[in-house]
Design a binder for this molecule. Structure first.
Ligand SMILES: [Zn+2]
Length: 192
């Protein structure tokens, strides 16, 4: 899920929080990794500071919506106190999606089967296209059935959101589950 990938660009590492989109090199690499969905060229796309800053602003808005979606459970602790107000975040996500209306296009290569591509109805800047795809993905996730399975990972130090694959999933990853169980075990033994 693209929106989940976007919010997951803020993650915990051994040394503290890392932000994949902290500089234009990181934004470029992340954009290239998602070139297909953004309609970018995976080899030639290069982010500039304006695009990076605009994507980060949108990410913080999406994180604010995720924080609301998981409440009353606590939001990701990475930046809970730095998020934009809910109404502002909602407006930004909707306005960003609306800025680039999308239409279906039939791609039919000479040597293959036809397939559906979703493309901007009118020419739009790279930044606007990237952000519209991200905002659209956030709208789809939050308005769809995945929202009820959206969780904040409760493992020590983890700051990720995840969508539960199955009812009993508690953590974002196996590694987080192992760490959380080890921490619980340690606490129980310390208490005795
Ligand atoms: Zn986790």
């Amino acid at each position: 899920m693209l929106a989940l990938d976007l919010v997951s660009t803020i993650r915990a590492s051994r040394t503290g929080l890392t932000d994949t989109l902290a500089d234009v090199a990181g934004m470029t690499a992340w954009g290239r990794a998602h070139a297909d969905v953004f309609g970018l060229d995976a080899t030639s796309f290069v982010a500039d500071e304006t695009l990076r800053a605009e994507v980060v602003e949108l990410r913080q808005a999406v994180r604010a919506l995720f924080a609301r979606a998981v409440s009353p459970e606590p939001p990701s602790s990475a930046d809970a106190h730095l998020l934009p107000p809910f109404a502002e975040a909602l407006h930004l996500v909707n306005a960003t999606a609306a800025a680039v209306p999308l239409v279906p296009r039939l791609d039919w290569p000479a040597d293959g089967a036809p397939n559906l591509a979703i493309v901007p109805a009118d020419p739009a800047s790279e930044s606007a296209r990237v952000r519209a795809a991200l905002a659209g993905s956030a709208i789809e996730l939050l308005a769809g059935p995945s929202r009820e399975r959206l969780r904040t990972c409760p493992a020590p130090r983890c700051v990720l959101y995840f969508v539960k694959d199955h009812a009993r999933q508690e953590w974002c990853s196996v590694a987080c589950g192992n760490r959380a169980r080890a921490a619980r075990h340690y606490r129980q033994h310390k208490a005795h």
